[in-house]
Design a protein around this ligand. Structure first.
Ligand SMILES: C[S@@+](CC[C@H](N)C(=O)[O-])C[C@H]1O[C@@H](n2cnc3c(N)ncnc32)[C@H](O)[C@@H]1O
Length: 288
């Protein structure tokens, strides 16, 4: 059965492989040069989910002395993050303080005390769910002058399920799925764009931010000797669940053909045959 927390946990190994190492390394070097000498680094992660990026930053050694604030709008995610990161929030690691809060990023960004407060802002697998013209100015306003941002896993308009089942149906499902991202409305406002990855470059510049590095971070999921790594078979079933729940009943899709397509794709996962690719881009940069 589908479970969002398990999806985010299963996504960890897929993201680990995908993240662009040039962008990560550029960020690490910029942080090394800009880290404050007299206090811990102030890090904010928005849309932090169950906290896998916190783990990654520590395991990959992005910083050693930091106050890391992670917010997410869903209490169930914050709850899962507290359980997952209990060893980091217990207070026995004074060099690293992790605080987890349930908060909407727009409300958080509006609060006076948060303006220009952070040295590093992270948004991972989030910006393609937001309306960039509204989100970027709010988010970048949280950074102090000269502060750094890391915006990773931004979807960029290509989804492949292989091998082909029926080229025309495969293409139609991909196109309708992307269109659903472009027309999504949350709380009466547009939210998300299937080409966020490529749009970010100029959207950041228009906000006065400087891009220090950008590069692709495609998800590529396949089995080795018939077995998917870690919990990635679950990850694939979740992706198929998203496609199904988004397009079920769509008037431009034959219901029977779509059911058969989903059944075939699920069988391919069970046999270790399905290959899934999603094109994405990572960015890091600085605000002036
Ligand atoms: C695709 S998930 C990614 C989660 C996490 N970054 C990861 O990759 O594991 C997007 C997350 O953003 C959160 N989110 C969406 N809109 C938000 C908002 N306006 N404020 C705060 N969090 C938000 C969702 O609850 C969800 O956990």
């Amino acid at each position: 059965m589908y479970d969002f927390n398990r999806y985010l946990a299963a996504k960890r190994s897929v993201d680990d492989r995908a993240l662009n190492r040039h962008v990560w390394q550029t960020l690490a070097e910029a942080l090394g040069a800009a880290a404050p000498a007299d206090r811990p680094l102030r890090v904010l992660e928005v849309g932090a989910g169950i906290g896998t990026m916190v783990e990654r930053c520590i395991e990959w050694g992005l910083f050693t002395r930091a106050e890391y604030m992670a917010i997410d709008s869903e209490e169930s995610n914050t709850h899962a993050a507290r359980a997952r990161l209990a060893h980091l929030t217990s207070g026995d690691k004074p060099a690293l303080q992790v605080r987890l809060r349930t908060a909407d990023l727009y409300d958080f960004a509006e609060r006076e005390e948060n303006r220009q407060r952070f040295d590093l802002l992270i948004a991972h697998a989030l910006l393609d769910l937001l309306h960039l013209p509204a989100a970027l100015p709010s988010l970048l306003g949280l950074l102090r002058p000269g502060g750094l941002f890391y915006f990773s896993i931004n979807f960029d308009g290509a989804t492949l399920f292989l091998p082909e089942v029926d080229p025309a149906l495969d293409s139609r499902i991909e196109a309708l799925y992307h269109r659903s991202m472009d027309t999504r409305v949350t709380d009466g406002k547009p939210s998300g764009d299937s080409r966020t990855g490529r749009r970010l470059f100029h959207a950041l510049r228009e906000c006065g931010a400087e891009v220090l590095a950008a590069g692709s971070s495609d998800w590529v999921v396949h089995a080795v000797d018939g077995v998917y790594p870690a919990d990635e078979a679950c990850f694939l079933y979740c992706i198929l669940h998203f496609v199904e729940s988004t397009l079920r009943g769509h008037r431009e899709l034959d219901a029977g053909a779509f059911e058969a397509w989903l059944a075939t794709r699920r069988r391919q996962v069970a046999r270790g045959e399905l290959v899934y690719v999603a094109h994405q881009l990572d960015y890091c940069g600085r605000v002036d």
